[in-house]
Design a protein around this ligand. Structure first.
Ligand SMILES: Cn1cnc(CNC(=O)c2cc(-c3ccc(F)cc3)cc(O)c2O)c1
Ligand SMILES: [Mg+2]
Length: 214
C-alpha cells in the first residue's frame, strides 16, 4: 500500500528542512502543502495571526486540541519561553505518530507533551496527570463539533482562569457556528474575529479569539 498524506509531509520535512530549526520545518510544510499536496494545517496566513496572539499572551501552559501532523504544535512551541509547556491532544494514532516525528525534527520535543486520545476523556485528567492548575492559552483545531462541548468541559474542570485566551481555527471554513454563538453571546467571554483565509487557498476563513473573563 502507498504512503499517507501525513507520511509524505514528514518526508518533505526530512528532505527540505534543517534538523533543530523550527522555522525551516514550518516553511517546508507550507511549501509542500501549497505547491504539492494540500493538508489541513493552520497554514502560513492564519499562522501569522496565531504567532501574534501567542506573543501577546506568552503562555506558561498552552493546550492544543487537534495536533494533526504537528505544524501548529511547532508554531506554538517555538514561541514559548524556556520553562513553558504545550500539551497537545490528538485522537488519531497515525497522525500522532507523524506529529511526534515532526515535533522532534524541529527539536521541540522537550516543550511539547503529545497525548493520544479523545479530548473529552483527557481534559478532565489534565490536573491529575500533568499537574496543570489552569491553561493560559488554548488553540482549538480539532473536530469542529467538539469546540463547544470541550470549551464547556474546560470551564467545568476549572482549567480556565481570568484572562485565559481561547483561539479557534476554522470558524468560517469548515465552520463552527455553534461555537461562534456560544462565545459571542456569553458574558464570560470577550470575543474578536480575525479574518483570513483557509490554509493555502483563497477561500475565506478566520480565527476567533475569546478571552475568558472569570
Ligand atoms: C479527521 N480530522 C482530524 N482532525 C480534524 C479536525 N480538523 C479539521 O477537520 C479541519 C478541516 C479543514 C478543511 C477540510 C476540508 C475542506 F474542504 C476545508 C477545510 C481545515 C482545517 O483547518 C481543519 O482543522 C479532522
Ligand atoms: Mg484547522
Amino acid at each position: 500500500t502507498g504512503s499517507s498524506r501525513p507520511q509524505r509531509m514528514l518526508k518533505a520535512v526530512q528532505k527540505n528542512a534543517t534538523k533543530g530549526d523550527p522555522k525551516s520545518v514550518i516553511s517546508a510544510i507550507d511549501y509542500y502543502c501549497r505547491h504539492k499536496e494540500w493538508a489541513m494545517n493552520v497554514g502560513d496566513d492564519k499562522g501569522l495571526i496565531l504567532d501574534s496572539v501567542l506573543t501577546e499572551v506568552n503562555p506558561s501552559t498552552a493546550l492544543e486540541l487537534g495536533t494533526y501532523c504537528g505544524y501548529s504544535s511547532v508554531r506554538i512551541a517555538r514561541l514559548l519561553s524556556p520553562d513553558s509547556k504545550l500539551i497537545t491532544i490528538e485522537f488519531n494514532p497515525a497522525f500522532a505518530a507523524i506529529a511526534r516525528q515532526i515535533i522532534a525534527y524541529a527539536g521541540l520535543q522537550d516543550k511539547v507533551i503529545l497525548v493520544e486520545g479523545a479530548s473529552g476523556d483527557l481534559i478532565p485528567k489534565m490536573k491529575e496527570r500533568f499537574g496543570i492548575k489552569s491553561f493560559d492559552f488554548v488553540f482549538l483545531d480539532h473536530w469542529k463539533d467538539r469546540y463547544v462541548p470541550d470549551t464547556k468541559l474546560l470551564e467545568d474542570c476549572g482549567l480556565l482562569k481570568k484572562g485565559t485566551v481561547l483561539l479557534a481555527d476554522n470558524v468560517i471554513c469548515p465552520g463552527a457556528p455553534e461555537y461562534l454563538k456560544y462565545v459571542r453571546n456569553n458574558p464570560r467571554y470577550e470575543s474578536r474575529y480575525y479574518p483570513s483565509n483557509l490554509e493555502y487557498t483563497k477561500v475565506e476563513d478566520g480565527l476567533e479569539k475569546s478571552v475568558f473573563l472569570e
